[in-house]
Design a protein around this ligand. Structure first.
Ligand code: LLP
Length: 421
């Protein structure tokens, strides 16, 4: 596939690369997640190319967006870096063929066990988020005879008034440390033999659809970089975080190249290796969720299409009120009606979309777009529902990359109390 790989219609039906989605639903059942290898590769390459002008730059894919081994494997083969938030994610990256030396470790709650694992693996950097974490990492590294590369995650307190969609870069959020504390942490780190000050990072939020917040945050972080340099603390890298938005409906996020140009321009002539942590922008457009209409029903005026995927499969609409595109895989003719697309889970919040205009019949197959990111990765077994299967399409071929769960999976590790009690 070329640069423009995407979901498309041919002969009235939806396709991903050389595969008709209908055939996948028949072969693997529903609900079913389907990803395009070509789109994942295009999206990652767009980051790699856009930042290529900045020497040594590395895009560290945020594993939390989609941690399926096959997805990580595709990215590892491109030489991707990875941004992890747990030992589990680190093990996934390594199992998928990723290199520890390209891994940055984010998150406010790194456990002692996870820190030890990451040290032993030899990751690129720990993005530390508190004074207590710095001390813990230093102690664990010291005890293991290692030196931990660290970066301080700065919370730039970007003005919420001007950028209301930013949710993690404000002082009231739990993430990062403020500028004053960052200075103190760098001074402290410089005295610790078991840590090596390597960089600085920030991540101000997700699904950001304009450049201004990124530019604002970078400017603030770079002011601190310069101040530290004047004080003799010279950093090797700056990690601009993730957050670049995608189109779910009518958003107009900057193109990757535009985003990269703005970030690189902020850097000016500073000799800093530039890291980024994109998640959604790489995988969201690469995935669809296929779900079948089980029943059509009406409660008064309201029409409900009950589908076989629920909030346990795709939580974003229920949790954030997120709007995701839903369309029939093979649209039928007939009068358009307004439907709430709801799942089988016993919660009123169990919907995939509300008031969608389409012509539906029971048994119809629907596709939810943009389901490559924060979709399977946030799924659960609520209502004792088995999680969906996942398929990766590569040209004309389709590979089952995760089996549908079965009842034995649901009860694995569970025990009844002993008999007779
Ligand atoms: N780096 C850090 C430290 C992060 O916390 C995140 C996302 C990323 C990178 C990647 O951000 P992205 O490029 O994907 O925007 N579940 C929510 C999104 C949560 C994002 C959490 N952090 C959703 O479904 O919209």
């Amino acid at each position: 596939m070329t640069e423009s790989a995407s979901l498309y219609r041919d002969d009235g039906s939806l396709w991903l690369e050389g595969v008709a989605l209908e055939t996948l639903a028949e072969r693997f059942g529903t609900p079913l997640y389907v990803y395009s290898r070509a789109i994942i590769e295009d999206r990652y390459r767009s980051f790699a190319h856009a930042f290529a002008g900045s020497p040594g730059s590395l895009s560290c894919y945020a594993v939390k967006a989609n941690s399926t081994l096959a997805v990580l494997g595709v990215l590892a083969r491109l030489g991707a870096g990875f941004d992890i938030v747990s030992g589990g994610e680190l093990q996934r990256v390594l199992k998928a063929g990723g290199e520890a030396s390209r891994v940055v470790f984010s998150g406010v709650g790194k456990s002692a066990g996870d820190i030890a694992m990451a040290l032993d693996a030899g990751i690129l950097c720990f993005n530390i988020e508190s004074a207590a974490e710095l001390e813990r990492i230093a102690a664990i590294a010291g005890a293991r005879g290692r030196v931990a590369p660290i970066s301080v995650r700065v919370n730039p307190d970007v003005d919420a008034q001007s950028h209301p969609y930013i949710s993690t870069g404000l002082r009231e959020n739990k993430f990062g440390v403020d500028m004053a504390e960052a200075r103190a942490l760098y001074r402290r780190a410089a005295t610790l033999g078991s840590v090596r000050v390597s960089g600085i990072d920030c991540h101000i939020g997700s699904q950001i659809t304009s450049l201004a917040p990124f530019v604002d945050a970078m400017a603030r972080v770079l002011a601190l970089v310069d101040e530290l340099a004047d004080a003799g603390i010279v950093l090797e890298h700056i990690d601009a975080g993730g957050g670049l938005g995608v189109v779910y409906r009518d958003e107009t996020p900057p193109a990757t190249a535009e985003y990269a140009r703005a970030v690189i321009a902020q850097l000016g002539g500073r000799k800093l290796r530039l890291l980024t942590e994109p998640g959604r922008a790489i995988v969201a457009p690469a995935g669809v969720l296929l779900t079948r209409v089980e029943y059509l029903k009406r409660n008064g005026e309201r029409g409900f299409a009950v589908v076989d995927a629920g909030m346990n499969d795709l939580l974003r609409p229920a949790l954030y009120g997120a709007w995701m595109g839903i369309e029939p895989v093979r649209p039928r003719t007939g009068a358009l009606e307004t439907w709430d697309i709801v799942g089988p889970v016993c919660e009123s919040a169990d919907f995939l979309g509300k008031e969608r205009l389409m012509t539906l019949a029971e048994g119809d197959l629907l596709a939810v777009r943009g389901a490559g990111a924060y979709s399977y990765a946030m799924s659960s077994n609520y209502n004792s529902r088995c999680r969906a299967a996942e398929v990766m399409v590569d040209g004309d071929a389709a590979f089952l990359v995760r089996e549908r769960e079965c009842f034995a999976d649901l009860v694995r590790g569970e025990r009844l109390l002993p008999a007779g009690g």
